[in-house]
Design a protein around this ligand. Sequence first.
Ligand SMILES: *Cc1c(COP(=O)(O)O)cnc(C)c1O
Ligand SMILES: [Zn+2]
Length: 415
Amino acid sequence: MSFATNLRCRECHREYPLAATHVCEYCFGPVEVTYDYDGIRKAVSRDGIARGPASLWRYAEFLPCERESAIDIGAGFTPLVRAKHLGKALGLNNLYVKNDTVNPTWSFKDRVVTVAASRARELGFEKLACASTGNLANSVSAHAAAGGMEAVVFIPHDLELGKVLGSSIYGPTLVKVQGNYDAVNRLCAELAGSYPWAFVNVNVRPYYSEGSKTLGFEVAEQLGWRAPDHCVVPIASGSLFVKIRKGFDEFAKVGLIEPAKTHMSGAQAAGCSPVATAWAEGSMNFRPQRPHTIAKSLAIGNPADGYYSLVQLQQTGGSCGMVEDDEIVAGMKLLAETEGIFAETAGGVTVATLKQLAAQGKIDADEVTVAFITGAGFKTGEAVADALKPPLEIDANVESFESAYRALHAAAGVA
Ligand SMILES: *Cc1c(COP(=O)(O)O)cnc(C)c1O
Ligand SMILES: [Zn+2]
């Protein structure tokens, strides 16, 4: 059973019923779901959670909808990998990688969408819509299909082929918009005012964003019921970054873990770095940017949770790094070559930033550190294709193989 009680304005704390609203009528602040934490404390236990389903619905008591009626295609409960080789390469002794590339549509967006779609259906919506940088479109399309809903998804015109296909296959109405993500988002905000649709990241955003905190729950559970010392998280709108910590705080609030003192660090691409730039300048007010980066899934120039991300960086003693496109590609290769995980460009941003912060001494070598890898690499193959070793091409005989293999080793300087 759900213990959600209300929506509450993050600024003026006025409360609203659990409907499809995302801003406060009085101050236009964002609203957030509140819960009956005493009720949750009585209902949950470590053992009870451990016996739950192998998806994020094992944490249903902390989510704003009923587990029984959820649209559950298996989002969440992804591996937490002890990243010994990557850690060694970066000088970090206790590094973990949270591998969210293995979700049903290969990105962490399945977490937010399973919650938003389930709540939208509970509220009686028949159509699911979104403004997307690609991964969200994939996930909305898949969950709508599985939930018997119609999907209308809006994407920027210049998305990677993998991300377009990854939506089309589920049969949504896919709309390519001439403009960048911020333009797509503005359009959807306007449409949400006149169409009776659930736009997962507009009018049902308060439910959507609750899905992200399950990454915090999972990491705490998988570390043996404790929060890590340091997290490195990619920032697009900043929602994920802020909600992972909410996950640690809620677990502590109901007594499942000790209160968390986790340093929360953010990762952005230099070509879209409103939060990292403000942080470097010591400012709490970010300036919107026009994105230009290969990390398209993070290319939000005017982040909805940018301010709250800066507050969190300050409150938790975290850092925010930014990395260039070539470092992003190097980060993707490093993760693949050390840990066997093929991440998309956002993962390259996270690994490259992790490397940067470790080299700058902003992450202590012994801290239990978790890098959040949020999307799979096959969707953004273009980004790395030219940076990879080409295969050996040979005729189908032993001599041809041996001469090509010898030439390869000679070229690499290995006798
Ligand atoms: C959406 C997305 C993020 C971050 O999302 P926020 O808007 O900051 O919550 C990170 N990685 C990938 C791959 C994404 O698709
Ligand atoms: Zn308000």
